[in-house]
Design a protein around this ligand. Structure first.
Ligand code: ADP
Length: 437
């Protein structure tokens, strides 16, 4: 069905064509009359197009031009006007949404910075502006030129944002913040900066609490153990008490081990890791530990040996490394049956220095491996009491290795033994001194 405007256009076209054709016939010049009509009609169309084009291109188009735009031209202007109105409404709606989002992010106490694909700052909210004193002139600048402490630059350039980055802002009264980077769109990034002062304070309180409780418990426990030992040795204690005293003594020993491990862990968590690095010969250290382990193995008569290069030395803290490797070896003793084989192997390669402790003991189901270094995680909780372990051994190993930029890798299968390997980065290796002939 034709629209009214188009119908009117066709009607007027036909009327004018008929008028010109009749006049041409009457005057004996039909061709000339039709030519006149065609030129006139084309000219008329051009004037309409000119008007329409002028109106469409107006910066602030309000109403269609009233005069001389009738018929199909009026329909076209109405359609364009309708589209324009819809577009205006959509634009206003989107502007309102953008304004709301801006209002919301301004109300956020977290800093938010938007970075484009080239690493330039596109936008920030008020909190981020206050944290880093951003000015309007900083728009379009490289983010690493404006947040420019080395730790952040390394973290940002590395592009691995699985873990947040913690930092203390010295220019903001030692405010502790956490940077979270979320990649989105076409390699753009959203940086969220959170104030974690409260969390850090709680974490410090937790560590202090554990350290203080452990220290406080040590003295009364020493007194109790002293009395228990005296009672066990006394001649006038009725025989019926001997079994109970034995139990009390072993539980007190267990509590002492627990408290000692808790104190070790809190020291590892709170001590500054940078100071007092020394050179540690891992082969010599392994031999000392193996000697201790043979005594502990006692009746179980494990075959404990050390292999590898005698000269392998790394920068580290001897006492901590001794505690970590001892924990691995004592676990091997605990979880390997009589006369089992335990090997400490020290080696060096291009990827750094390795020290591994392997055994042919009971092994571990792979599903437990990712959780073994959690505090008090046990594969078999029922065995916890009989094994004499505190459940903190591997947590201590993990912390020691973290402080040496090293990592623990575990290979094990049930019934096929286990291998715990500590990987130290090449930067920790001390070049072995060549012995003169
Ligand atoms: P625990 O004091 O209970 O030994 P750890 O943190 O040292 O605590 O070890 C956690 C758990 O890992 C242990 O309970 C044990 O189940 C398992 N495990 C550790 N070392 C070995 C090993 N060499 N062989 C088998 N299981 C082991």
């Amino acid at each position: 069905m034709l629209r009214r405007g188009l119908r009117a256009e066709i009607r007027w076209f036909c009327i004018w064509l008929a008028v010109f054709a009749t006049t041409g016939l009457l005057l004996g010049g039909l061709t000339a009359a039709l030519l006149c009509f065609s030129f006139g009609y084309i000219g008329w169309i051009f004037t309409r197009l000119y008007k329409l084009e002028g109106w469409v291109n107006q910066a602030r188009r309000k109403h269609p031009p009233e005069e001389e735009l009738h018929g199909v031209w009026a329909d076209i202007t109405d359609d364009v006007q309708l589209m324009f109105n819809r577009h205006e409404k959509e634009k206003l709606r989107l502007e309102a949404v953008v304004y709301r989002v801006q209002e919301m992010t301004t109300a956020l106490s977290d800093g938010v910075v938007l970075v484009d694909a080239r690493g330039n700052i596109e936008w920030w909210n008020r909190a981020a502006g206050e944290l880093f004193n951003f000015q309007n002139i900083d728009l379009g600048q490289k983010v690493t030129n404006l947040i420019r402490f080395p730790k952040f630059i390394r973290y940002y350039d590395k592009g691995d944002f699985n873990e947040p980055l913690d930092h203390t802002l010295a220019h903001k009264n030692q405010l502790e913040v956490e940077f979270l980077v979320h990649p989105f769109g076409q390699n753009e990034r959203l940086i969220v900066i959170r104030d974690i002062s409260r969390l850090s304070k709680l974490e410090r309180m937790r560590k202090d609490f554990v350290a203080n409780v452990s220290h406080e418990l040590r003295t009364p426990l020493t007194v109790l153990r002293g009395y228990l030992e005296t009672l066990e040795d006394a001649d006038n204690v009725p025989p019926v008490w001997h079994k109970a005293l034995g139990h009390m003594q072993s539980q007190a020993t267990r509590m002492t081990s627990l408290i000692n491990d808790l104190i070790t862990l809190s020291r590892l968590e709170t001590d500054e890791k940078e100071h007092s690095q020394e050179t540690v010969n891992l082969f010599a250290l392994s031999n000392i530990i193996a000697e201790d382990a043979r005594h502990i193995s006692g009746d179980k008569r494990h075959l404990i040996s050390v292999s590898g290069d005698h000269d392998i030395t790394i920068y580290g803290r001897e006492q901590e490394l001794r505690s970590a490797v001892s924990n691995l070896v004592f676990n091997a003793i605990n979880y390997t049956s009589k006369e089992g084989v335990i090997l400490i192997h020290v080696s060096q390669g291009v990827d750094g220095t390795h020290i591994s402790v392997s055994d042919n003991g009971e092994g571990i189901d792979p599903k437990h491996i990712p959780r073994l270094t959690e505090r008090f995680y046990r594969v078999d909780p029922g065995r916890a009491v009989t094994s004499g372990g505190t459940g903190l051994g591997l947590a201590i190993v993990k912390h020691v290795l973290l402080r040496h930029n090293a990592e623990l890798r575990i290979k094990s299968a049930p019934g096929r033994g286990s291998e715990f390997t500590c990987y130290f980065p090449p930067a920790r290796s001390v070049i072995p001194i060549q012995r003169s002939a």
